[in-house]
Write a protein that binds this ligand. Structure first.
Ligand SMILES: [Zn+2]
Length: 89
């Protein structure tokens, strides 16, 4: 028996063979450029890393790094759309 995977657009239900095609379609659905999506992924990763570092070592250096990551994300959100919207992608 073989299993077939289909990727479905969260917004219109269109089906795709690959995750990449589906992601590209969803981004176009939301009028988001690939570059903005990639930037969002980087900022989100930075936020997660600096947040977990802060939990491990609560000191000035980790606090500053976390605050900088939060600031970068909020500036990005102001330029594009709120983080909650991004999480749906
Ligand atoms: Zn769609």
């Amino acid at each position: 028996m073989k299993r077939k995977v289909v990727f479905v657009c969260s917004y219109c239900g269109s089906e795709f063979k690959t995750e990449g095609e589906c992601r590209a379609h969803e981004l176009s659905e939301l009028s988001i450029s690939q570059a903005d999506y990639e930037e969002f992924c980087k900022l989100r990763t930075a936020l997660k890393i600096t947040e977990s570092n802060l939990r491990l070592y609560d000191e000035e250096k980790t606090r500053k790094a976390y605050e900088a990551a939060k600031k970068a994300m909020s500036e990005f959100e102001a330029r594009t759309m709120p983080f909650d919207k991004w999480k749906e992608i």
